[in-house]
Write a protein that binds this ligand. Structure first.
Ligand SMILES: O=C(O)C[C@H]1C=CC(=O)O1
Length: 92
């Protein structure tokens, strides 16, 4: 099952910079692991915003929730999920 996911990141200004950088480094490693595993199919920056649009592949809503809730930045993100279905006019 494919899901369009938008993530808006909002790291509190009072979080020490060193801590923020450590969380971002763990986030990058986990994001790249999920991409290698085929769960995180697309990752695009929203131009001009600390946000991304992503496409995830997960077997169920519960699996997707598990993947997203383990993101190190999860406590600092607003996440919107849109389940995707086949479009009858799509050729691929
Ligand atoms: O930068 C972001 O959009 C947030 C998050 C998503 C992947 C990653 O490495 O960080």
């Amino acid at each position: 099952m494919l899901f369009l996911v938008r993530m808006d990141v909002n790291i509190p200004h009072d979080l020490p910079a060193e801590q923020a950088e450590a969380i971002k480094a763990r986030e990058k490693a986990y994001a790249q692991q999920l991409q290698r595993e085929g769960h995180w199919r697309h990752l695009w920056r929203v131009a001009g915003e600390y946000a991304n649009y992503s496409v995830f592949d997960a077997a169920s809503n519960d699996e997707l929730h598990g993947l997203l809730s383990q993101l190190p930045l999860f406590p600092f993100m607003k996440i919107q999920v849109t389940p995707l279905a086949q479009h009858p006019s799509a050729i691929a």
